[in-house]
Design a protein around this ligand. Structure first.
Ligand SMILES: C[S@@+](CC[C@H](N)C(=O)[O-])C[C@H]1O[C@@H](n2cnc3c(N)ncnc32)[C@H](O)[C@@H]1O
Length: 293
């Protein structure tokens, strides 16, 4: 690509028809709704892919990304990575981790079940799942018989790879309690670009995999004690959101919990759940008396 062609690529505008193709793909394959104002964001993010692939216009790029070759070459994955929002952080929405630690875990530990099974659905780069691991390890210190398994999934291959590597900027954890920081993170010595890595013990406790939430899940029905699906369904079209909520509930044990982001509400989608705390829902079990819900 010479200089004038490169200038042309950068100043291109995604047409209404091309944007409609992108919208249709995202809705059909991921359940994600891209409202008309997102055209600007889609335009600027896909320009990067045009540049990286050396394709000069959006039509040819979309033809390629959606073709069997685009899928085989990993371009479809990169297209999805660009168009999904991955913002996350350690201890995001801390009231949820307080509820997990202060209410759910003590209740679970009183019962006869041995393994607490929790799923971070839409885990992005892993901060949510590793926060779960920290909370569960800390709980185990005073409850030695308590055991747990953490699953973490996302549709985007790139974020899952990053989650598995578990390397983050120092800034992402600098507000963490110093004891937790020392115990669960290794800090690089490079002062110019300070990085941290989650310790191996925690990395080994989280099982990451790729999972599209609109497709079938490998979990058994009624098998999970808690599912966090936070700040993910917020991007979904209403009907897909409803279907995913139903599928998630199916996998949760009666008396188990579903967490969504603090700005999200899902009670309208199912009578099988009851809100117990902001954005926290319990799967209703007729065997559980009202007073302990
Ligand atoms: C904003 S992040 C939320 C991360 C974390 N749960 C939190 O609250 O901090 C949303 C994640 O949902 C993922 N996502 C979007 N559509 C998805 C789908 N259909 N299936 C699975 N994950 C999806 C995105 O790739 C992104 O990493």
């Amino acid at each position: 690509m010479d200089y004038s062609e490169a200038i042309n690529v950068y100043s291109q505008q995604l047409s209404e028809t091309e944007f409609a193709r992108v919208q249709e793909f995202m809705l059909k394959n991921l359940g994600v709704k891209l409202s008309p104002i997102k055209i600007v964001m889609v335009n600027s993010r896909l320009i990067k892919r045009l540049k990286a692939t050396g394709i000069y216009n959006f039509k040819d790029y979309l033809d390629y990304a959606f073709s069997p070759e685009g899928k085989r070459d990993g371009e479809l994955e990169r297209f999805i990575d660009e168009l999904t929002t991955h913002k996350t952080e350690f201890f995001r929405e801390p009231e949820h981790f307080n509820f997990l630690n202060g209410t759910i875990l003590p209740r679970f530990a009183e019962g006869k079940n041995s393994f607490f099974k929790i799923w971070s659905a839409g885990c992005s780069t892993g901060e949510e799942a590793y926060t779960m691991a920290i909370v569960l390890n800390e709980f185990k210190l005073t409850n030695p018989n308590f055991n747990f398994t953490i699953f973490a999934t996302d549709v985007s291959n790139a974020v899952v790879m990053k989650a598995v590597r578990a390397i983050y900027s120092f800034n992402s954890i600098n507000e963490l309690d110093q004891n937790l920081l020392k115990k669960y993170f290794l800090t690089s010595r490079d002062e110019r670009e300070k990085k941290v890595r989650v310790v191996k013990q925690l990395r080994d406790q989280v099982h990451f995999s790729i999972q599209n939430l609109v497709e079938n899940y490998s979990f058994q029905n009624n098998s999970l004690d808690a599912v966090f699906c936070r700040n993910t369904l917020i991007y979904f079209e209403d009907n897909s959101k409803k279907q995913v909520v139903h599928k998630l509930i199916e996998k949760i044990k009666p008396g188990g919990y579903l967490f969504v982001g603090l700005s999200e509400t899902i009670s309208q989608y199912s009578t099988q759940i009851k809100q117990v705390s902001p954005s926290v829902y319990i799967k209703v079990d007729t065997a559980v008396p009202e007073n302990i819900i």
